[in-house]
Design a protein around this ligand. Sequence first.
Ligand code: NAD
Length: 335
Amino acid sequence: MNNQLIVVCGAGGFIGGHLVADLLRQGYTRIRAVDIKPLQRWYQKFEGVENISADLQELDACRTATKGAFGVYNLAADMGGMGFIEKNKALCMMTVLINTHLLKAARENGVERFFYASSACVYAHDKQTDPNVTGLKEADAYPAMPEDGYGWEKLFSERMCRHYTEDFGLVTRVARYHNVYGPHGTYDGGREKAPAAICRKVIAAQMSGRNEIEIWGNGEQTRSFMFIDDCLRGSQAIMASNTITFPINLGSEEKVSINQLVDIVESIAGVQLKRNYNLSAPKGVNGRNSENTLIRQMLGWEPSIPLRTGMEKTYAWIYDQMKSGASKDAVVNCS
Ligand code: NAD
């Protein structure tokens, strides 16, 4: 596949930028990277890649983006952490245009394989009311009652992939990501997710000398977090698989509470902060974890990078950004 054209949609964002880097590392020679942001605001941008700034909610842009492609990774979405998705439901749902138009264009252009980045937010609300949640199995998405806005868009787009396969023979692969984190992600501005937000808050508390941290909710809500390297490996394995023809969990099973996540970051930073709980802030469901039986069976692998290891790398990157005063939109140019 290394000489085939691979298109990464959402390449100016966190996961898309890392995927382009990983494809280059593996010797892929023809990569097209597409994102709505102007090129100077991409988180990572690489020479030797066809970098395009285009709005993939538009069908014509999707036609141009997928022309001549062998594989398409759809990682483009108007999204963010709980603070963003709880307040921007319509914007999140408008992302349905991206996947719908990409599928239509991919079919027209004879694309061989199509990957869609879904989310654990598709899972039914009543399965996530207890912090001691048992891991969410793939079947737990139905009967459907996903996260309002963002989750409905993801579930609908999953089904569009399924029906494009059933009705038109387009090979589609869908991964349900559980909280991905790592360097080169959003850490401020309102779209950041818990791991990056907590790193930023701990670093800011240290830098300012105000040894306090605000935590959204009571801190007892539980999640699992997947380091970016596991996400890249799993996404590409799912894309290449000939047997994973259904949406599958791609997440870590290492469940922690938000308080435990703060413990980890404090220990990396070597501080202990006074915790102020903001009970009216968006906090999402009470408990969510991945259940990996299926991916273990299908791939003989599952995400396994320990949270502490991934958080050390993430913390170090955010620390450097904040120390140097770099904007979150700073571009990393790589040859
Ligand atoms: P991100 O916000 O960093 O990247 C998404 C990119 O899509 C952004 O650069 C954005 O500019 C681009 N985009 C938005 N609208 C566009 C449009 N109309 N045309 C072209 N590009 C557009 O997010 P990410 O963390 O890299 O997430 C990638 C994918 O994975 C998304 O589909 C997201 O929903 C999914 N996902 C991510 C996580 C996570 O924890 N990061 C969890 C579950 C699912």
